[in-house]
Design a protein around this ligand. Sequence first.
Ligand code: PLP
Length: 399
Amino acid sequence: MSLELSKKALAVKPSATLAITAKAKELKAAGEDVVGFGAGEPDFNTPDNICEAAIKAIKDGFTKYTPASGTNSLKEAVCKKFKDFNGLDYKPSQIVISNGGKHVLTNIFNVILNPGDEVMIPAPYWLSYPEMVKMADGVPVDVITEFDNEYKATVADFEKAFTSKTKAIVLNTPSNPTGMLYTKEELEAIAKFAVEKDIYVVSDEMYEYLTYGDAKHVSIASLGDEIYKRTITVSGVAKSYAMTGWRIGYCGAPENVAKAMSAVQSHATSNPNSIAQKATEEALLGPQDSIAMMKKEFDERRKYMYGRVSKFPHVSCHEPQGAFYVFVDANEAIKLSYKGEKVNSAARLAEILIDDYKTAVIPCESFAADGHFRLSYAISMETIKKGLDRIEEFLNELN
Ligand code: PLP
């Protein structure tokens, strides 16, 4: 034996976005006026009524272990939310509450995959999916999508990537990083395909409340009994309720899947935080006005950001319909030169922006989107304006 790390651990890529974020933090600490477009979380505080519920839970002594997969009262609140918002009928025995959406997803891959099973992931994707699949001994398979189809995968795309080892599809709507939503018709076609092939759909709907304009969120599991039986619907309170630090995510799943996830979780982490569970109950069942306020603010920033970025030279983007990101295709920009040197990649573009313009953007190579970068509008309007001025100035320098 040796002290070598496991093959599994060595195969996991550390987050490539960290380098830019770390540099931005370093510059900020040194007193520089840095604009950070990297934010993956709302800039609002958790609403007061939710915080009060947590304080009450502490004072009431609700500070002990709960059932591993969450309290029954929170599972009932989640069922009500699934019914009212998503049109989905789940029983409490089909609900698992975990330590954030990430934990829900890692549990899912751990219970549905055997070594070598393949999971189709439409690319560009949120960079954690392939790493999570690998950690569960699965094989992530990129399903490449097109700008012209708003970066959404079609049945034809899935057909091409499908093999006898395919076990699941990951869907993410609204999408991080693209901000796009699948329509009901698109989901119906994918549902038919998943049922025909008899594979799971892991539907990550973390940003479901954050949709704008005419865009309407649809849960694939609501499209018929057969697809419902094959879908695990994932959501959480992090993004919609400004609760990223509380670490609560949940899913609705076929009963046997929920039971297996609950068993895995009972050995790995036991229950999610008891106080955060009480806070989540209040988030789901209490007044929703602060959510509406946050959404309105995001929408104003979204319109402003899209309005400007869509007119910038050498880049293009779609108008985002959900989440809080503008996804920028900079393939033309990176073919140009900056100070006599060809830019060449989104990673280099991001490096120039942080070094020379004190502006942090997320280069998307590790989202399987070479030549693209992501801008978050989960920051103040004033900061967005300043940062976009800087990016525009940089793009005008390219030749
Ligand atoms: N799914 C998507 C698409 C995300 O962007 C994120 C967070 O960035 C998550 C899931 C995980 O959320 P949580 O903070 O609840 O773990």
